[in-house]
Design a protein around this ligand. Structure first.
Ligand SMILES: Nc1ncnc2c1ncn2[C@@H]1O[C@H](COP(=O)(O)OP(=O)(O)O)[C@@H](O)[C@H]1O
Ligand SMILES: [Mg+2]
Length: 382
């Protein structure tokens, strides 16, 4: 099958010129004079490559380039800018927007264009895996009530303080009933369960953003799993990986509360996480159960270096020391969250992060330490 090339240029003569040149090279060529029509065509059927002059009657073509580049559906689409602009700053803007090549429009440019198209088509596609913008952190534990939700929320809060300009998202993946929303007094019918029911063809950044909350007063956004058990039962597990791939591209940090689930729901998320926060409480049964979780993760080839072990002292008495936990789990503890008596529950009852309710409390430092630890984990390298 010949490679499919879409040429976008407001100048009719250019379209005629390139159509004849590229067709003569054996490519299947389509031409359009506007950005909006181009986008429609691309959405209908993704070409192998587009050739674009950013000066379009309906706006700046670089917006189109950015839009295509932010969508994993177009990860392998080649983009060549062909423009009369020779200013190096303008050329840099085009490349920064995500174009693969920039060719200056001048007599003979078609020869250069054909050569660059040929080179592009035989090149291994480096975007075969979508470029991931952000980092994904899973929070999970072997048992319920270990403070997974509290840790997830407060780490997001600490991250927002450390990086006020970062786009941070907390996702509640505890089914059928999550607790992120009630702990933050956030209510919405826009849930992952519902999003998973949307047609896969329409799943893109714009759609996913409709399901995510605005920035809450704590500096991060929220996306909840399901609003009730009935809705939770409609979750389409096959859509989880594509949804998270988009989330991770769209936000700088995605923190996922997985609760105690090690399941078909959580595995695709854990496997794609930059770091996996495993929370243990200092009682013997949780530590033993955590051992099983870690053993299981090992069978899934999850690199031990990606596991961040956290000791959360949810109770006043301690039956196991740091050394006991590290020996049993064969991993160093990253941080230990102190027992904060009833303060954690007070914050939850008042629907705000503990760190916000008790800014002076020393435990806040631990969440900040954990956030800093996580910042060091880059995106997963495959
Ligand atoms: N470090 C801590 N000190 C005191 N209480 C805690 C601590 N961490 C969590 N809790 C309490 O433990 C309970 C469970 O916390 P939660 O975050 O809902 O856990 P999970 O999401 O694992 O079920 C809550 O009542 C919370 O207030
Ligand atoms: Mg929870």
């Amino acid at each position: 099958m010949p490679a499919r090339i879409l040429v976008i240029d407001q100048d009719h003569a250019t379209l005629v010129w390139l159509r004849s040149k590229l067709s003569a090279e054996g490519y299947s060529v389509e031409t359009v004079p506007r950005g909006d029509v181009a986008l429609q065509k691309i959405e209908q059927q993704v070409p192998d490559l587009i050739v674009l002059d950013p000066r379009l009657p309906d706006g700046n073509g670089l917006d189109l380039v950015q839009r295509l580049r932010s969508d994993p559906a177009y990860a392998t689409l080649g983009i060549i800018i062909l423009s009369a602009e020779t200013d190096p700053t303008v050329i840099a803007q085009g490349l920064n927007a995500g174009a693969d090549e920039y060719i200056i429009k001048r007599p003979g440019a078609d020869i250069e264009l054909v050569a660059k198209i040929r080179a592009w088509l035989i090149k291994p596609k480096r975007r075969e895996m979508p470029i991931e913008r952000g980092r994904l952190y899973s929070f999970c534990s072997a048992k319920g009530g270990t403070g997974t939700t509290s840790l997830c929320i407060n780490t997001a809060y600490a991250l927002a303080k450390l990086e006020p300009r970062a786009e941070i998202l907390v996702v509640d993946m505890v089914f059928p009933i999550g607790s992120v929303a009630p702990s933050l007094a956030y209510e919405s019918r826009n849930t992952i369960a519902k999003l998973s029911q949307e047609s896969p063809q329409t799943l893109d950044v714009a759609l996913v953003k409709k399901y995510v909350s605005p920035v809450l007063p704590w500096g991060f956004r929220v996306l909840i799993g399901a609003s009730d058990p009935q809705e939770a039962s409609t979750l389409d597990v096959n859509q989880i990986a594509p949804i998270f791939s988009i989330l991770r591209k769209t936000y700088d940090y995605v923190l996922v509360d997985l609760g105690r689930t090690l399941s078909r729901i959580s595995l695709p998320i854990i496997e794609n996480s930059s770091a996996i926060v495993v929370i243990v409480t200092p009682d013997i049964s949780t530590v033993k159960a955590s051992r099983l979780v870690l053993d299981f993760l090992e069978t899934r080839n999850i690199d031990r270096h990606r596991i961040v072990l956290v000791n959360n002292r949810t109770v006043g008495r301690v039956w196991t020391t740091t050394e006991d936990i590290e020996r049993e789990l064969k991993l160093p503890l990253a941080v230990t969250v102190p027992y904060v008596v009833e303060y954690m529950t007070m914050a939850i009852n008042e629907a705000m992060p503990f760190m916000h309710k008790f800014p002076e409390h020393a435990a806040g430092m631990v969440f900040t330490n954990l956030a800093q630890r996580l910042q060091q984990y880059d995106r997963v390298k495959k």
